[in-house]
Ligand binder design. Structure first.
Ligand SMILES: Cc1cc2nc3c(=O)[nH]c(=O)nc-3n(C[C@H](O)[C@H](O)[C@H](O)COP(=O)(O)O)c2cc1C
Length: 339
C-alpha cells in the first residue's frame, strides 16, 4: 500500500480523535484528549514539529561520493539498523480507536520494529496487566524492547522491574514526566517526581541499561546522569503533561553540550522525516524516537504500514546524508546545520 492510502485507512478508524493528517504536525488534533493532542492550550505538539523546520541542513557535495551511507546504530552493545526507535504510546484504544488495545498494539509494534532491525519502547498504564503483557510478549521476541514504567511508588516500580529482569529484557525506561498525568497525581504519596537518590535506587534495581524519558533542561539531564541513567530522552511527552513548554528542538542543543558522551541522548517530539532525524542528530542527539506517525501507520495497515514509514524515514535520512557529505552517523555534526 502507498503512504497516502494507509493514512486514508487509518483515518476511517481514528477520526475524529486523530485525523491521520498527511503530515502529523499537531495542528488538527490541537488539544484533543482523548486523542493524540496536547494539554491546553494545545500547541506544544505543533511547536515541536515547527521548530525542527527552522533548522536548515547545509548541502555540500564537493566530497567523496556517498553512495550508501551507513545508518546502523549501536546501542548498549547491540547493533540496530537505524538510529530511529518507536516512542511508547499508551491507552491507544481511548486515543485512537478500538482496532487495538494496549496489549495488541504493543505486541504488533514490537514485532514490526524488530523485523525492521530497530525496537519499540512500550507504555505502562493504570492496569498493571498492560506492562506485564508487553514484557512477556517481548520475551518471545528476544527481549528486544524498552518497557517504559510510569513513576509509581517504589514498591510498584520494583515489582514491575522484577518482571523485566525475570524476562531478561534488553533495557528499561521511566517516563518521569508522567508525574504530570492526572491519574498519577491522584495517587499522591511517593508516586510522581523522583529525587536523584530515588532514581539511582530504581536504576540499580533494574540492573540493565536504564533510560530516563522526559528530560527538558540541562539540570534535569545532569541529575539523570548523576543517578546513573544509561540514556535520556529529551521529550516533553508531546505536550501531554504540561502546557507552555518549549519544543524539544529548542533545548536539545544545550542538553547535548552538557551531557554528550556521558549518556545516550534520544530526542522525540514532531520528528516526521529523515531530514528531521538528520537535524536532531546534528544538534547532538544520538538517536530519535518517533511516536504518533508509527501509531497511524499501524492503525492503517499493520506491519505493512510500519514498514512503509520505516523505509520513508531511513531513505530520507540516507538521502540527506548523501547531500551533506556524511558517510556515517558520526559525520552528522553541528556544522552540517544552520538556523
Ligand atoms: C496517545 C499518546 C499516548 C502516549 N503514551 C505515553 C506513555 O504511555 N508513555 C510515555 O512515555 N509516553 C507516552 N506518550 C508520549 C510519546 O512517547 C512521545 O513522547 C510523544 O508523542 C512525542 O513524540 P511524537 O511527536 O513523535 O509523537 C504518549 C503520546 C501520545 C500521543
Amino acid at each position: 500500500m502507498e503512504y497516502k492510502e494507509i493514512l486514508e485507512e487509518a483515518r476511517k478508524l481514528t477520526a475524529p480523535h486523530c485525523m491521520a493528517c498527511p503530515v502529523c504536525n499537531g495542528k488538527a488534533c490541537g488539544n484533543n484528549v482523548p486523542g493524540p493532542g496536547s494539554k491546553a492550550p494545545g500547541n506544544a505538539a505543533a511547536r515541536n514539529f515547527d521548530k525542527w523546520q527552522e533548522i536548515f541542513v547545509n548541502m555540500d557535495t564537493l566530497c567523496e561520493n556517498v553512495v550508501d551511507p551507513d545508518i546502523s546504530f549501536e546501542l548498549f552493545g547491540r547493533k540496530f539498523s537505524a538510529p530511529i526507535f518507536v516512542a511508547p504510546l499508551g491507552a491507544v484504544d481511548m486515543h485512537y480507536g478500538p482496532k487495538y488495545n494496549d496489549q495488541s498494539y504493543n505486541a504488533d509494534m514490537m514485532k514490526a520494529a524488530v523485523d525492521c532491525g530497530i525496537l519499540a519502547f512500550t507504555g505502562d498504564g493504570v492496569n498493571a496487566q498492560i506492562m506485564k503483557d508487553a514484557v512477556t510478549d517481548s520475551a518471545a521476541l528476544g527481549g528486544l524492547s524498552i518497557p517504559t514504567i510510569k513513576p509509581w511508588d517504589r514498591e510498584t516500580v520494583f515489582g514491575k522491574l522484577d518482571h523485566v529482569i525475570e524476562n531478561n529484557i534488553f533495557a528499561a525506561a521511566m517516563d518521569v514526566d508522567a508525574a504530570g498525568l492526572p491519574f498519577l497525581k491522584k495517587l499522591g504519596g511517593s508516586a510522581g517526581s523522583k529525587t536523584v537518590a530515588e532514581m539511582r535506587e530504581i536504576i540499580e534495581h533494574a540492573s540493565r541499561p536504564f533510560i530516563v524519558k522526559g528530560i527538558m533542561t540541562v539540570a534535569g539531564a545532569k541529575k539523570a546522569v548523576e543517578a546513573g541513567a544509561a540514556g535520556i530522552v529529551v521529550s516533553n511527552h508531546g505536550g501531554r503533561v504540561q502546557g507552555g513548554v518549549p519544543a524539544t528542538a529548542e533545548v536539545l542543543g544545550e542538553i547535548a553540550d552538557a551531557v554528550k558522551g556521558q549518556t545516550v541522548i534520544f530526542v522525540d517530539g514532531g520528528i516526521r522525516s529523515g531530514v528531521d532525524v538528520f537535524r536532531a542528530l546534528a544538534l547532538g542527539a544520538d538517536a530519535v524516537l518517533v511516536g504518533r506517525p508509527f501509531a497511524t501507520m499501524l492503525y492503517g495497515a499493520g506491519e505493512e504500514g510500519f514498514k512503509v514509514l520505516y523505509n520513508k524515514l531511513t531513505s530520507e535520512l540516507k538521502g540527506t546524508m548523501g547531500m551533506c557529505g556524511a558517510a556515517s552517523l558520526k559525520d552528522i555534526t553541528r556544522d552540517k546545520i544552520r538556523f
